[in-house]
Ligand binder design. Structure first.
Ligand SMILES: [Zn+2]
Length: 296
């Protein structure tokens, strides 16, 4: 059997230019580099060019209606690549069309999705962290968008990554799936939740499954199957399979609308898109990957 293809958002060809970021002169020179290009974003969503992100010469973006400073994403074959935010109040530049990030992830080549994850997460982090969390003063942007600092109390702020456990609970030939009220009608997926401070991955899994479905699991059976950056806004999805030691379900109605056990055959028909009643999340979702691994 062929190995499963990489998940969306998981591969990026960029060199993140760590050695240049602390050198203000080198950063200024990069902006004048002949090969410098920029990706264009509006409200965190990208402009596309077919299966690629739209790249415009960086010098061209100086005449566009931009907000905030450009973010240096890294070097692409030695050429600097930036993310530029367009002003939502202004008309789009000619030839530019914006696609929402989820749709973009489904149509872009895999390496482009990794660049998109990095760019969108940095843009969102900047939007949500304009003030110092320690003293409330507006922060300054440093290192071409990779860091912020407070001019009042000198606290440094770095982009957040929020770990989320997403787990397929299994018992013999059955797995547990749930659905949330806002989801599309037929869709079911694996249970998931944010990790809490002071928790191991295994402890977070066991807690989430107990809270949401009232099922006890064997922490020693926890197996990480895949992980995935998820730029809504900046999560890291940690995909696991874990064995249940009880099967009776008690749903937390604040979290789930329904939860039930599905047989492996049912999951196979859902993956094939032939189940008469139920669907699974799209191919870009790590939940689907967990089910592909288990069903195989
Ligand atoms: Zn401060």
């Amino acid at each position: 059997m062929n190995p499963l293809p990489p998940l969306a958002f998981c591969l990026s060809p960029l060199d993140r230019a760590e050695d240049i970021r602390r050198d203000a002169q080198a950063l200024a020179a990069l902006e004048k580099h002949n090969g410098a290009h920029a990706l264009l974003f509006l409200n965190g969503d990208p402009a596309l060019d077919g299966r690629a992100l739209l790249r415009r010469p960086f010098s061209e973006t100086a005449t566009m209606a931009r907000i905030n400073a450009p973010v240096l994403l890294g070097l692409e074959d030695g050429n600097p690549l930036y993310a530029v935010e367009l002003d939502p109040e202004a008309a789009l530049p000619g030839g530019v069309e914006i696609t929402d990030t989820r749709s973009a992830a489904m149509q872009l080549a895999i390496g482009e999705t990794g660049i998109l994850a990095q760019a969108r997460s940095l843009i969102e982090w900047r939007r949500r962290h304009r003030f110092c969390a320690n003293c409330g003063t507006p922060t300054l942007e440093l290192e071409a968008g990779r860091k912020r600092a407070c001019p009042s109390c000198a606290t440094e702020h770095f982009p957040r990554v929020d770990p989320v456990v997403i787990m397929l609970v299994v018992k013999d030939d059955w797995c547990l799936l749930g659905r949330q009220q806002p989801w599309p009608p037929r869709m079911w997926s694996a249970l998931a939740g944010f990790m809490e401070p002071g928790e191991t991955i295994a402890a977070a899994c066991a807690r989430e499954i107990w809270e949401e479905a009232g099922i006890r699991t064997d922490p020693d059976s926890t197996r990480v199957v895949a992980d995935q950056p998820w730029p809504f806004a900046s999560s890291l999805m940690i995909g696991l399979i874990i064995e249940a030691v009880s099967v009776g379900i008690t749903i937390d109605r604040h979290e789930l609308e329904e939860a039930r056990w599905f047989s492996r055959d049912e999951v196979r028909s859902m993956l094939a898109g032939t189940h008469p009643d139920f669907d699974l999340p799209p191919k870009i979702a790590i939940a689907r990957r967990l089910l592909e691994v288990w069903a195989a």
